[in-house]
Write a protein that binds this ligand. Structure first.
Ligand SMILES: Cc1ncc(COP(=O)(O)O)c(C=O)c1O
Length: 374
């Protein structure tokens, strides 16, 4: 007789057979750790952490959601600091996942058409699913494809929400934001939503992102940034008009129905912002070593690489191969994780190298040497 969990066991066995069974990575020391998103290396800085811990007196719990919690000081200070930098109101969320699921589902309804890049993050897809809106994807980074969808369907809806990332999490390439903004500008009922998770802290003046670097603030209606990556903290924010921020505060369920992050966490993010605003040299180093690594990887693999950022994929085409190569890299002191479907489309399974600004040219050359031996 099959038990109530038999189907789960079968599914797990199937995932294992396909080389797609997930497990928590083993803890360990690696000479080169290219697995996390601490792109500026700020989370590796014991001096910053010790100094912060010695001085910080912020509470360890918010003990309620933002709408109920009396302890607002650090959150409000963080929102104000970001609002000053972006020149428009900001609302914090507990994570990028909360921000995307909450905002997309709040901003769209059955009278909305959502047009999203084919490769947007799972948190955006989940927000779209929750919204009940009509959803059409355009081919990755294909402005003309986006335009065709809008020409065909745009007028039939109250609103069109165009969604993209600025730097894509898996290919490390960049959205053609200027072209997308230009198309959006031709549709008065369109809003542009840009997730800067992998660009915040890394691109643009003071690390304010790719939208700022390209001078597109006015074209982007909803800008999402996250703190768990370049900002070496946790949480996320949305920068938008006062109307949109007020609307999200009243309707985004992930904002309303979740305990706010600890004030201590907001205080650390504020501390990290001071660093981020000031580290142009680190950003420049990260760009230079990323370019060096991308070119080196192309030379070793003979494959053109899509990356133009600190995220550099090595596309190997199967889960088994990605898992095997990742294990081999680890044996040589390089930690870089295999990425499999459904996170990436079938046939594009890869090793994802996530570079950080603490690496030197020599480190990059050493890592490339290891890759060449495999
Ligand atoms: C593009 C993008 N958006 C949002 C998120 C989610 O952010 P968080 O980790 O803060 O939940 C991620 C995380 O990997 C991401 O890559």
């Amino acid at each position: 007789m099959s038990s109530s969990t038999e189907t789960y066991r079968e599914r797990l066995a199937q995932l294992k057979a396909e080389g797609r069974l997930r497990a928590l990575p083993a803890a360990g020391y690696f000479r080169y750790d290219l697995s996390d998103n601490d792109y500026l290396g700020l989370g590796r800085r014991d001096d910053l952490r010790r100094d912060f811990m010695a001085r910080c007196e912020a509470p360890l719990t918010a003990a309620a959601s933002r709408l109920l919690a009396p302890r607002q000081k650090e959150a409000v200070e963080l929102e104000n600091t970001l609002a000053d930098a972006y020149g428009r109101p900001v609302l914090l969320f507990n994570s990028g996942y909360h921000a995307n699921t909450g905002c997309v589902s709040a901003l769209a309804d059955a009278r909305t058409l959502i047009v999203a890049d084919k490769l947007v993050h799972a948190s955006i897809i989940d927000g779209i699913r929750l919204s009940g809106a009509r959803f059409v994807r355009f081919r990755h980074n294909d402005v003309r494809g986006l335009e065709r969808i809008l020409e065909k369907e745009g007028a039939g809806f109250d609103k069109v929400l165009i969604v993209t990332e600025s730097v894509f999490s898996m290919d490390g390439d960049m959205a053609p934001l200027r072209g997308i903004a230009e198309v959006k500008g031709r549709y008065p009922n369109a809003l542009l939503y840009v997730d800067e998770a992998h660009a915040f802290g890394l691109f643009g003046e003071r690390g304010l992102g790719l939208v700022r670097e390209l001078g597109l603030d006015n074209a982007v209606d909803v800008l999402v940034g996250t703190f768990g990556k370049g900002a070496a903290s946790a949480g996320a924010f949305v920068a938008a008009s006062q109307t949109v921020v007020d609307y999200l505060l009243n309707t985004a369920r992930s904002f309303i129905f979740s305990t706010a992050l600890p004030p201590l966490c907001h205080a650390w993010t504020l501390r990290m912002l001071q660093e981020i605003f000031a580290v142009d040299a680190l950003r420049a180093n990260l760009r230079a070593i990323s370019e060096r690594f991308r070119r080196g990887l192309e030379a070793v693999t003979g494959q053109e690489n899509p990356s133009c950022s600190q995220i550099v994929p090595w596309i190997v085409g199967s889960s088994e191969k990605a898992v095997e190569l990742s294990a081999n890299l680890r044996e040589h002191g390089v930690n870089a994780l295999p990425i499999r479907r459904p996170t990436v489309p079938p046939g594009t399974e890869r090793i994802r190298f996530s570079l950080n600004a603490a690496l030197t040219d020599r480190d990059i050359d050493e890592i490339l040497k290891v890759i060449a031996t495999l």
